[in-house]
Design a protein around this ligand. Structure first.
Ligand code: GDP
Length: 461
């Protein structure tokens, strides 16, 4: 599945199209004060296609002079969240200077743009449709959101993209046959059935060479499917392995597997990082595997940071714990280093394991499943606003230069990872310390360790 953002200047018909794609009933669910002024998200249906649609319509009624800037920010955010942007213009009016501004943002920021010329139900709109060709964003799809015209063409335009996104996901996670225990067909079938029944949890194990990634994956698989050895860069050929770990269907990306292409150590280091990067993009949960003897190396830090920026759930696992004599002291040191070197991962679990002996693997499994749950967590708007009121009562936002910052309303706009929007007056004046106070509070009060939390502020006076 993919995410489509509806982008364009006010009154071109974004909301009408949103409502048509999502269905009135669903669209109304979020129709509370504040929410419609910002991004709306809904599950869209168009023929056989199912996708998520984001509407930037919210600023329709806003009239103050900051409108331009806010729309730009809102659009940029929607573009970031989406796989595809549908740029909508009003065919009756043709291409206006404001349209040009949006087209420019899209050209720079969006990988996939489709162009729709709306309100094209009559011939009077022909000139506007032709003008739209000149934007250089491909052929305009002629639609009438209000009358439901052109939906077939929109479907046809989305179809190849939808296919491409599916293909991309499949290519990055190639099917590997599940190896079933021999002579136990019945159980095997059962296990296979379970694997196909639930969507497997996508896990990437990343870390520097020799951290023990292959050993760990071997242990989880319970078989010697991958080679391990003391030599960094030894030939391996695993990519993505479907497993059923303690009853949880998972797909584990083995980033070590790609290393066979690397000939020299220097190249190897590079390659394993970029493999790691790729795995991170397709994973839901990233296990950053550290070597207890050389923890928090530069490479580890980089990849952990990337995982956070990409919005993945993160579990930090410290391997080779069996080698450690002074476990307690070591653990304290690791925790301190973790907080100091990776403050952006605050709250992520730190699990000690031995890939060799298998100790700690159950706890690792638990942490992965939990981080994944948290990453998918949705908090109701009612709870959030109750919580927000409590947070403001405990610590009122500051009043810089006599301007009272008011946090008016809060809602969760997205999961995977959880993302929240707070409507506020003068949000740009809100100090980072207060934002951290809110993020940390969210993490603790709603029990969300191990996942990035996105919190953004929208201006609403
Ligand atoms: P990778 O490059 O991250 O895939 O690392 P490998 O799995 O190839 O492991 C590198 C070396 O560390 C091998 O010699 C493993 O036997 C060793 N190793 C891996 N995990 C452990 C562990 O938990 N304890 C100990 N003592 N050695 C381990």
């Amino acid at each position: 599945s993919f995410t489509l953002a509806l982008v364009g200047r006010p009154n071109v018909g974004k909301s009408t199209l949103f409502n048509r794609l999502v269905g009135k009933r669903l669209a109304l669910v979020d129709d509370q004060p504040g929410v419609t002024r910002d991004l709306r998200e809904g599950e869209a249906r168009l023929g056989d296609l199912r996708f998520t649609v984001i509407d930037t319509a919210g600023l329709e009624e806003a009239t103050d002079e900051s409108l331009q800037g806010r729309m730009r920010r809102l659009t940029e955010r929607a573009v970031e969240m989406a796989d595809v942007c549908l740029f909508i213009l009003d065919a009756r009016e043709g291409v206006t200077p404001a349209d040009e501004v949006f087209a420019d943002i899209l050209r720079r920021k969006s990988a996939h743009v489709l162009l729709a010329a709306n309100k094209a139900e009559s011939n009077a709109s022909d000139a506007g449709v032709y003008e739209a060709y000149g934007l250089g964003l491909g052929d305009p799809i002629r639609i009438s959101a209000e009358h439901g015209e052109g939906m077939g063409d929109l479907h046809a335009a989305l179809m190849p993209l939808a296919d491409a996104f599916e293909e991309r996901a499949a290519a990055e996670a190639p099917e590997v046959d599940v190896e079933l225990p021999e002579g136990d067909e019945f159980e095997g079938e059962d296990a296979a059935a379970r694997i196909t029944a639930a969507k497997p949890l996508q896990v990437a194990v990343v870390g520097r060479p020799n951290a023990g990634k292959s050993t760990l994956i071997n242990k989880i698989l319970g078989e010697d499917r991958l080679l391990t050895g003391p030599e960094a860069g030894i030939t391996r050929d695993a990519i993505s392995l479907p497993i059923n770990w303690n009853g949880t269907p998972m797909r584990i990306f083995d980033t070590a597997g790609m290393r066979k292409k690397a000939k020299v150590q220097e190249k190897l280091e590079k390659l394993s990082v970029s493999d790691g990067l790729r795995a991170v993009k397709f994973a839901e949960v990233v296990v950053v595997l550290l070597d207890v003897e050389i923890p928090f190396e530069q490479q580890d830090l980089r990849i952990a940071d990337l995982a956070e920026r990409e919005g993945r759930a993160v579990v930090v696992a410290v391997n080779k714990w069996d080698l450690e004599d002074e476990k307690q002291a070591k653990l304290a040191g690791l925790k301190e280093a973790f907080e100091r070197l990776l403050p952006q991962l605050k709250g992520a679990p730190l699990i000690t394991v031995s890939a060799k002996t298998g100790r700690g693997l159950d706890r690792l499994h638990e942490a992965i499943v939990r981080a994944h749950d948290t990453w998918n967590r949705r908090v109701t708007t009612a709870k959030l606003n109750l919580w927000l009121a409590g947070m403001m009562e405990a610590h009122p936002p500051p009043a810089p230069q006599g301007k009272r910052i008011k946090l008016r309303y809060m809602t969760q706009v997205k999961t995977r990872p959880p993302a929240f929007v707070v409507m506020a007056s003068f949000p740009e004046k809100l100090p980072d310390s207060y934002k951290r106070y809110l993020v940390n509070g969210l993490r603790e009060d709603f029990d969300m360790p191990g996942t990035p939390i996105r919190l953004t502020f929208r201006s609403q006076s």
